[in-house]
Design a protein around this ligand. Structure first.
Ligand SMILES: [Cu+2]
Length: 160
């Protein structure tokens, strides 16, 4: 019982000089233990790509929505379209071509110099869409099935 207070007093005396009990002195004086790694606030994961509500067009490009033209083959089987004149503004143009006759047709678009720019497949009964990107100018549309263009299945596509 005596030894304890004596040792304690000795220890206290030593603390002043050289520090008693390595554990107690070091832990209290030096704040060695870093406080539990202060995690930087990384909660700002600002990648909230709020899904579009679908109101704006599905095509991400905002360079003007495609203009939609309608073209139809004569349902009676005659070799002609319902119009010989189509027009649109320069940019994306899609032609919805309907052929409800039993005679297969297509719609082909060519430039004024005669270069084919695009065409639908040849089909009967249904609608196919030909999507093009056109600059201002005058184009021709026609059915490329042999004989059909000569019979009258052609027209002028004017792009302003
Ligand atoms: Cu045809």
């Amino acid at each position: 019982m005596r030894s304890a207070p004596a040792a304690l007093a000795l220890c206290v005396g030593l603390v002043v000089v050289a520090g008693c009990g390595s554990s107690s002195s070091t832990s209290s004086s030096t704040e060695s233990s870093t406080p539990a790694a202060s995690t930087p606030a990384t909660t700002s994961s600002a990648s909230e790509t709020s899904t579009s509500t679908g109101a704006s067009g599905s095509s991400g490009t905002t360079s003007g929505a495609a203009q939609s033209l309608k073209l139809e083959a004569a349902s009676s089987g005659e070799l002609k379209y319902d119009t010989t004149s189509l027009s649109a503004n320069a940019g994306k143009v899609s032609i919805d071509f309907t052929n409800m006759s039993s005679t297969p047709h297509n719609v082909t678009v060519e430039s004024s110099s005669g270069a084919t720019l695009g065409h639908t497949e040849t089909f009967a009964g249904g609608t196919k869409t030909l999507a093009l990107s056109l600059k201002a100018g005058t184009y021709k549309f026609f059915c490329s099935v042999p004989g059909h263009r000569m019979a009258g299945m052609e027209g002028t596509l004017t792009i302003k």
